[in-house]
Design a protein around this ligand. Sequence first.
Ligand SMILES: Cc1ncc(COP(=O)(O)O)c(C=O)c1O
Length: 342
Amino acid sequence: MSTPAMKWIDLRSDTVTQPVPAMRAAMLDAPVGDDVYGEDPTVNALQDRMARELNFDAALFVPTGTQSNLLALMSHCERGDEYIVGADAHTYRFEGGGAAVLGSIQPQPIVQDADGTLPLDKVEAAIKPVDPHFARSKLLALENTWHGRALPFAYLEQAHDLAKRRGLGLHLDGARLYNAATAYGRPARDITQYFDSVSVCLSKGLGAPVGSVLLGSAALIDKARRWRKVTGGGWRQAGMLAAAAMYALDHHVGRLAEDHARAQHLADGLRSVPDINVTGCHTNMVFVDVPAPRLKALDQHLRSVGVRVSIGYLPHVRLVTHLHVSDDDIERTIAAFRSFTG
Ligand SMILES: Cc1ncc(COP(=O)(O)O)c(C=O)c1O
């Protein structure tokens, strides 16, 4: 960065947000107790609230989205069972193979269409016959949003109908559930109605420092609570974190539309920059393809002017808007791309 006082514009992910002052104050004031004993009043209030709002029997507050998904898979499936999942789903690709490693659950990946859906004829064809040769197909896992894309709303019902017809459970990695709801212009419970379990992250676009919530039937959440303890996630005075989550639900859901509008504005601006190929803009994420030989120079240039982007998955550069990205930051980012000559 050229000027030391200049603020970084960090577009790598919506996970980089800092708790805002009022959120920190809410954390300090939170009544707490031992959550392993079920005695943390703020955790209990968060769980009750989310279960009520998203229309589930029960909810469980856990440290991460990865753990929340893992607990869901281990609660739906047993050793030797199988879950059907997108080949590019977070649960399958980016969670260390936890279901297989820790749950002895076999993944059956299905290549997704460009909109993030798993073609349902392929899902159906992948369901194994009941036969000792095969793993037992138990669960279908979807992700919404997926790389920022809200799955076509009608698809949720179609997937639900297939899962019910073929006796599969249906899990949603809803790390960005509220971004999807914002994109549909519907309450989040319109999405969650189709699923047997849903994992929601508070620590992404909603701006809480830590925490995800798994929702499901009382029986499923009982199992998940046991697996949470077994996997070392039985935390104690977690109410301070639950207070941040409550604050996020109260103050940061309604504003997600601003992130989406800024992402759109960023994509429109980048489209006007010569040699920059914007390949997608979905909810709060913008994707730009840059030829591999130019990537390092682009990254260095952007950093030199105070802009960070995610360059993990070639050739895509990902830019994510969030709580700390202003209109001015969008203009500066577009200018930063425009001044790249490498
Ligand atoms: C779609 C999706 N699911 C799950 C996770 C896992 O969340 P965590 O980083 O809290 O483990 C992420 C993290 O970025 C994600 O993007």
